[in-house]
Design a protein around this ligand. Structure first.
Ligand code: SF4
Ligand code: SF4
Length: 318
């Protein structure tokens, strides 16, 4: 199989960073769900979570930059004890920053989190929520029994607070394939999602993002177990689309792990591809004005981001 770096070289390309616009912070691997496709291997028994001391160091660093967007992910980011502290402190920065919460929806209904949705709305947090299908069968197969029903209840709650309705409360959903195939066309799926969720549950949302499953962590295990890993890699390699390169999220995003370590993206984070410069680098080692044009660390999993219409944290690229 051709390696990703060799494929880039065919077109005379090297993947390099542009100006950093997004700080994506993965606050840990703790989650109330254990989804089949999870690239973080997250679950209720994981204890790797970001501590307040690390949050404070990130806040100090962020305050000295012009980065406008902080994208919180996990696990279920809401489950770390300092989730609300982190958001309140980001919002108190001058100038304030835009915050995204990557939410699995079901956490909003768990005991102890009953006022979380209201907290998110009060702070005008953008919610990007996983919803791999609009039918219970597919969602429950991938994410666990009852997750579809819980997700619908959480979406109803978010809509009631104005999410997906008011302009300053955006609600986007994320689709990822329930199996070893590429997502269908994003615009068409969005039309289907909107019509089905509205018709059956009265739910509204803003955009649908289609995201390709990358062959790493739990999804790689699933592929291996079903003897489909080689076939899936071949599918990704054959679908390589050079037009996706300029829109890859690793070009304008810094990814930070629960100990403050730095990566080019959340996938590289799970593969332990930490930035190095003679030693492993943490966010507070980085001068944001000196990393434009830095070469991005790639691997064959990157074929997942460049296949077909491409895939990033904001969905299809082209
Ligand atoms: S995919 Fe998301 S919701 Fe599912 S286990 Fe992983 S982090 Fe949790
Ligand atoms: S996995 Fe995707 S986002 Fe990460 S470095 Fe590779 S191409 Fe970029």
């Amino acid at each position: 199989m051709m390696h990703f770096s060799d494929r880039l070289a065919v077109d005379g390309r090297v993947l390099r960073r542009t100006r950093t616009e997004v700080l994506q912070v993965n606050v840990g691997k703790l989650c109330n769900l254990v989804c089949l496709h999870c690239h973080v291997d997250a679950g209720p028994k994981r204890n790797e979570i970001m501590r307040r001391e690390t949050i404070d160091r990130i806040l100090d660093w962020l305050a000295r930059t012009g980065i406008q967007t902080v994208d919180l992910t996990g696990g279920a980011p809401e489950m770390i004890p300092d989730f609300r502290y982190f958001i309140e402190q980001i919002k108190a920065l001058q100038p304030s920053r835009h915050v995204i919460d990557r939410c699995n929806l079901t956490i909003l209904l768990q005991p102890g989190y009953e006022d979380l949705a209201e907290f998110l709305a009060r702070h005008k947090i953008e919610v990007i929520a996983s919803m791999p299908c609009y039918t219970p069968e597919n969602v429950n197969a991938q994410r666990g029994h009852g997750v579809f029903e819980g997700s619908i209840k959480a979406l109803e709650l978010l809509n009631a607070l104005g999410y997906g309705v008011e302009v300053d409360l955006p609600l986007h959903l994320v689709y990822n394939p329930v199996g070893a195939f590429l997502p269908g066309p994003q615009a068409e799926l969005e039309v289907d999602y909107k019509s089905e969720l509205k018709k059956h549950f009265g739910i509204v949302f803003n955009k649908l993002y289609t995201i390709t499953n990358l062959p790493i962590a739990r999804f790689a295990g699933y592929l291996r177990h079903n003897n489909k890993l080689d076939e899936y890699m071949e599918l990704l390699v054959n679908a390589f689309n050079p037009a996706t390169i300029d829109g890859l999220m690793c070009r304008n995003t810094i990814s930070v792990g629960w100990r403050g370590e730095v990566y080019d993206c959340d996938f590289n984070q799970q593969l332990d591809m930490q930035w190095e410069n003679g030693r492993r680098l943490f966010l507070w080692d980085i001068d944001p004005d000196k990393i434009d044009n830095r070469e991005i660390m790639t691997g064959d999993h990157c074929f997942g981001c460049t296949a077909g219409a491409g895939s990033s944290c904001g969905g299809a690229i082209v």
